[in-house]
Design a protein around this ligand. Sequence first.
Ligand SMILES: Nc1ncnc2c1ncn2[C@@H]1O[C@H](COP(=O)(O)OP(=O)(O)OP(=O)(O)O)[C@@H](O)[C@H]1O
Ligand SMILES: [Mg+2]
Length: 345
Amino acid sequence: MPIFGAWTQDVAVDLGCSAVRVYVRGKGLVAVEPNLVAARGSGPKCGEVLAVGADAAQMIGRTPQEVAVVRPVRGGAIADLDCMEAMLRHLAFETGFLGSLRRPRLTVPVPLDLSPVERRAVQECGRQIGAREVRILPKVVAAAIGLGLSEERPQGRFLLDIGGGTTEAAVVSLSGVVTSRTLRVGGASLNEALQAYVRKKFNLLIGDETAERLKLVLGSAYPSEDASHGMRKLEIRGRDLISGVPKAVEIGSEETREALEESVSEIVAVVSELLERTPPEVASDIFAEGLVLIGGGSLLGQLDLRLREATGLAAVRADDCTNAVVMGAGRILEDPEAYAGLFPG
Ligand SMILES: Nc1ncnc2c1ncn2[C@@H]1O[C@H](COP(=O)(O)OP(=O)(O)OP(=O)(O)O)[C@@H](O)[C@H]1O
Ligand SMILES: [Mg+2]
């Protein structure tokens, strides 16, 4: 162990739009928390922090006027540096990777298309909480390593990461990216689509929590072969747009699928487009392996069937799909020599 080992901790942090995930070398995954900060006073600065993570999540939609629940990461980039810092500091102390004598080295997986300014914000955020060094690498590369992509033998893999605020499709080989596309569509856009649909069809305003539940219970990307599933209904509650009073309506799984259709087809289109741009040798690897799905959005019902219909390829969701990126980054921390080439200089 290097001499500074006792004073430094190697930590990987996945700053997701929905959740922050923390992996500490030698300990494994130590935290998964909703990436939310409740703060008093709005504007460009975070203001007085009242709650973070799961505690802040409880406050969504129920805060007094002067309190806002902020998502520090939007579209895969830090949108509110102060709030992100507050969130990280909280996690750092809670999991013990930051202490008076400890200056962690952070490894942060980010989307491929992050601009130089957005990258600097990630570095800045790490330094603000006291990191000795902040290393950045693409999320899809971390995930591919976690899923056992070979470092020696070139073999192409198609990864589709559908997160809370981003969707990234990438063809990866030898821990490098062959071709990729990033979309600012994710689980949150699906919720917005459901809210818009319910508003138009039933004149009903529903909150994000209700939309999320609807998505988890009835949401799907393809009609179900099981007729009874297709007939399922859910009661949702909100505020009537016209009378202004609370109201409940029943919505069916077919309607829910219809509401999600536009966002789902955007994701599917990106996959098809990327396949068209994939070099033939790599395409043959992908044909054998299929599409590998990660991220919470990949849990959407019948997404595999929808992708199979569009591409003719099998779509397989990775085990522990939501933690794939941070676990892959963790694997890099556990075996630094093997992956030294990822961080030149
Ligand atoms: N069963 C499910 N069906 C559909 N969507 C789901 C399901 N379970 C979770 N999700 C969605 O997954 C999303 C969160 O995924 P994930 O934790 O991978 O995001 P993230 O890594 O924080 O975000 P990003 O990678 O975009 O920065 C949420 O939008 C959530 O609604
Ligand atoms: Mg993610």
